[in-house]
Design a protein around this ligand. Structure first.
Ligand SMILES: C[S@@+](CC[C@H](N)C(=O)[O-])C[C@H]1O[C@@H](n2cnc3c(N)ncnc32)[C@H](O)[C@@H]1O
Length: 189
């Protein structure tokens, strides 16, 4: 396994206060995935979604730059056969990856070159495949500064997903802060 040094997230790892627990709509989305699908979880963290994926008997590949995170997933999911964990920088993924479903949960905002990344994601997705995104977005200036780095602009998200048919799964709006937390299921056009 190639070791990469980017592990900026480790300092946050990872208690329930720092990340949203898996939501009911996410469990349903995963439960509805076709049998025998290969699910790729980009920026898998501790593999919270991964657990749901393997409980649904789907094959699971988790990718993260943090070895700490991967270590935790490997313990949580040790008893499941169909898993594979890879240590890569998402901005420098190897060729040859393929997936029916790609999960991108609280990750997009951390990617520097989002355009290039989404192009790569689109190549990895098999025809008819689905991309699940959960991300905070902001429309304006009232968004609390401390969360700025973990959100992206609504308009930027729209632009990134132009090559996809986007179905909002759940959007929570926080008008006071001009922000939303959106879950989207996207299909390549
Ligand atoms: C906020 S956590 C989300 C973890 C998980 N998806 C979840 O929802 O619980 C972001 C994760 O993305 C990973 N990550 C961020 N940028 C990355 C990059 N460029 N390459 C690989 N992993 C990255 C971090 O290491 C971290 O595990």
């Amino acid at each position: 396994m190639k070791l990469i040094k980017q592990n900026w997230w480790d300092k946050f790892f990872m208690d329930d206060k720092h990340c949203l627990p898996v939501q009911r709509y996410e469990k349903k989305f995963i439960a509805d995935i076709r049998k025998n699908s290969r699910v790729l979880d980009l920026g898998c963290g501790e593999g919270w979604l991964g657990k749901v994926v393997v409980e649904n008997k789907l094959s699971y590949v988790g990718i993260d730059s943090s070895l700490y995170a991967l270590g935790r997933v490997s313990i949580t999911l040790a008893k499941y056969p169909k898993i594979s964990l890879l240590n890569y920088d998402l901005e420098n993924l190897p060729s040859g990856l393929e997936a029916d479903v790609i999960l991108l949960r609280f990750v997009l905002a951390h990617i520097k070159n989002k355009n290039r990344f989404i192009k790569t994601v689109s190549k990895i997705l098999k025809p008819g495949g689905q991309l699940y995104i959960l991300t905070p977005t902001r429309t304006g200036g009232k968004y609390p500064t401390k969360y700025r780095s973990i959100s992206i602009l609504d308009s930027e998200l729209k632009g990134l997903l132009l090559g996809f048919k986007v179905k909002p799964l759940k959007i929570r709006r926080y008008p006071k802060y001009q922000m939303s937390l959106g879950a989207y299921v996207c299909q390549k056009i």
